[in-house]
Design a binder for this molecule. Structure first.
Ligand code: GDP
Ligand code: PGA
Ligand code: MN
Ligand code: MN
Length: 618
């Protein structure tokens, strides 16, 4: 950490955090002191992660209007937060990677020169916590002290961020105790950017969801620091998640020879009691949480949840890739979650949940599109306005979220807490594609698998600002999350061949293919178990496949569609690889890869050429 904070607006004796600090770590104390001098909060509170602390903070947020307590007979221990209407998603155009050299950030990140960005941040953070409390939030990503885990400390002026971090990470005294002198930890400074006292000392009243139109989500991968300003939304404000566990960790992982990826992690058990561990990378709002909590429609199959968003995978002593979920909770998309699609999540959401931007029912419960087939006759929508089924806008924001502890998940695997992780048997890559991409295809080998990961493209969703539905390339579902050059990311993936003796098999999947009439061709959700069955069959060497230019797809009859309401024509389309569409895909990929320049691995270029050759042999 090399932050130089020169603003001496308060002298050391006045900095309130000096009394009662629960750590003797001088580097940590010094950083907290300097951050408090910069941001000038009224007081500094060290968080212990206790239930009393959670209760105190939620009670305070109820008093200030940030949280609405839900009806305890409907949704015990649960709250609703309504964000400001402009603070509902990740802000990718304000997300910065500040590496010394521009080429280390690459063409897909917003690069900023570190010194210039520091100066800008010093400006916006000066006095940004005036009139507020600065909370010091120590946390561990992964089990505290585990060999795959990393420690961090977030300071924040948002009690909403504090209680969410308590759910999403191992937060509090245990993590703090692990941050002893000389231990590495990642510092993160977060401010909603709405001080309650201005430069002239005038106070202003607080609002239910403080934030700032100006936003910065800044990362310094070389010094391993995070600075986030202006937003309270989870993806921008819970710094353990996207900022640390993906952007910073991906850079650390590259240096250290492991992978930090945007992946769910599940344990799959076959009717014959064979166990497989699968990791799957899909872009935001493309089905990770649903697959992670799937209730298989095929009898005898079982899916247990290890993670739904992030996997850290390291070469293990057994020659396998071993993965953990570094998080401790789930920050999931509410709309579309219902008893018919994701009953496990519905059970998980029965109590102790913080909902953000869902609708409120008249009896103090929550509702969102897709929870039930029919909407209640009257609701209060996510903006706090009356709503009826005739209203022109959705009742819940399309990126409305739930925040809930992993322990509440009824399908949580026993391995969830295993600090050594699970061995990964297969990796799945997917996106939201109405055309072109088949239901499932297996890569011939690791390098074709890396090509498949590099080739993911997907229709944009409401999880980030931007035009929903627009197709964009999203290599490894990491476009907004890789903390270094995207071409180096591909090379790093290729290099795992030299580090891992028994590499996972790689598959591409697409649950979102549509017919000309716009309907989904594949029923998805629990029925995706049929695809998992074929994948596990491939791992066992029992499932038949046929070659296509896009990889191995199920041979006729190899996919179990017994009792499924999918017409033979739709099934054929789902498993088809259309040459014209794929040639167009190859052209788009070539354009996407062009700015990678010399950093595009030759092998990936070769796979693109091979794809063209197979589609259109000379
Ligand atoms: P995540 O953000 O990647 O974790 O995605 P989610 O699992 O939260 O799903 C995002 C949206 O996609 C939700 O509205 C889901 O209902 C929907 N979804 C998830 N899986 C499927 C599927 O298999 N088929 C279809 N049609 N929609 C799905
Ligand atoms: P998601 O997580 O992948 O579940 O949508 C949040 C995000 O990626 O913004
Ligand atoms: Mn995500
Ligand atoms: Mn999710």
């Amino acid at each position: 950490m090399t932050t130089d904070v020169t603003h001496e607006t308060q002298d050391a004796q006045d900095t309130p955090e000096l009394s009662g600090t629960p750590t003797a770590n001088p580097a940590l104390l010094d950083w907290v002191r300097r951050t408090a001098r910069l941001t000038q909060p009224d007081r500094v509170v060290w968080c212990d992660g206790s239930q009393e602390e959670f209760d105190r903070l939620t009670a305070r947020m109820v008093a200030t209007g940030t949280l609405i307590p839900l009806n305890p007979s409907k949704r015990p221990g649960s709250f609703l937060a309504r964000s400001a209407p402009g603070d509902v998603a990740r802000v990718e155009h304000r997300t910065f990677i500040a590496s010394r050299r521009r080429e280390d950030a690459g063409p897909t990140n917003n690069w900023r020169e570190p010194d210039a960005l520091r100066e800008e941040l010093d400006g916006v953070f000066t006095g940004s916590m005036r009139g507020r409390t600065m909370y010091v939030v120590p946390f561990s990503m992964g089990p505290v002290g585990g060999p795959l885990s990393l420690l961090g400390v977030q300071v924040t002026d948002s009690p909403y961020a504090v209680v969410s971090m308590r759910t999403m990470t191992r937060m509090g005294n245990e993590a703090l105790a692990a941050i002893t002198e000389g231990t590495a930890w990642v510092p993160g400074v977060h401010s909603v950017g709405m001080p309650l006292v201005d430069d002239l000392g005038r106070t202003r009243p607080d609002v239910a969801w403080p934030c700032n139109d100006l936003k910065h989500v800044a990362h310094f991968p070389e010094t391993r620091e995070i600075w986030s300003f202006g937003s309270g939304y989870g993806g921008n404000a819970l710094l353990g998640k996207k900022c640390l566990a993906l952007r910073i960790a991906s850079a650390v992982a590259r240096e250290e020879g492991w992978l930090a990826e945007h992946m769910l992690l599940v344990k799959v058990t076959s009717p014959q009691q064979r166990v497989f561990h699968l990791a799957a990378a899909f872009p935001s709002a493309c089905g990770k949480t649903n697959l992670a909590m799937m209730r298989p429609a095929l009898p005898g199959w079982r899916v247990e949840t290890i993670g739904d968003d992030i996997a850290w995978m390291r070469p293990g002593p057994d020659g396998r890739l071993r993965a953990i979920n570094p998080e401790a909770g789930f920050f999931g998309v509410a709309p579309g979650t219902g008893w018919s699609t994701n009953p496990t999540a519905m059970e998980m959401l029965r109590e102790d949940v913080i909902f953000t931007n869902v609708a409120l029912t008249d009896d103090g419960d929550v509702w969102w599109e897709g929870m039930t087939e029919e909407a209640p006759a009257h609701l209060t929508d996510w903006r706090g306005n009356p709503w009826t089924p005739d209203s022109p806008t959705p009742a819940a924001h399309p990126n409305a979220r739930f925040t809930v502890a992993a322990a509440r998940c009824p399908s949580l695997a026993a391995e969830f807490d295993d600090p050594e992780g699970v061995p990964v048997d297969a990796i799945l890559f997917g996106g939201r594609r109405r055309t072109t991409a088949p239901l499932v295809a297996q890569a011939g080998d690791w390098s074709q698998g890396v090509f498949a990961g590099a080739s993911i493209s997907s229709e944009r969703t409401a999880a980030a600002e931007g035009a929903v539905g627009e197709l964009r390339h999203d290599p490894f579902a990491m476009l907004p999350f890789t903390g270094y050059h995207v071409g180096d990311h591909l090379s790093h993936w290729l290099s795992m061949r030299d580090r891992v003796e028994h590499l996972p098999a790689v598959f591409s999947v697409n649950w979102f293919r549509r017919g000309e009439d716009g309907r989904f061709l594949w029923p998805g959700f629990g029925e995706n178990a049929r695809v998992l069955e074929w994948i596990c069959g491939r791992l066992e060497g029992t499932a038949a496949a046929r070659h296509t230019p896009a990889g191995l797809v199920p041979a006729p009859g190899a996919l179990d569609v017994d009792g499924l309401d999918v017409s033979p024509a739709d099934l054929a389309e789902l498993l088809s690889v259309d040459a014209a569409a794929w040639l167009a895909e190859a052209d788009q990929l070539e354009r996407f890869f062009a700015p990678f320049g010399a950093k595009l691995p030759a092998e990936v270029r070769d796979h693109l050429a091979l794809l063209r050759y197979r589609l259109d042999p000379p």
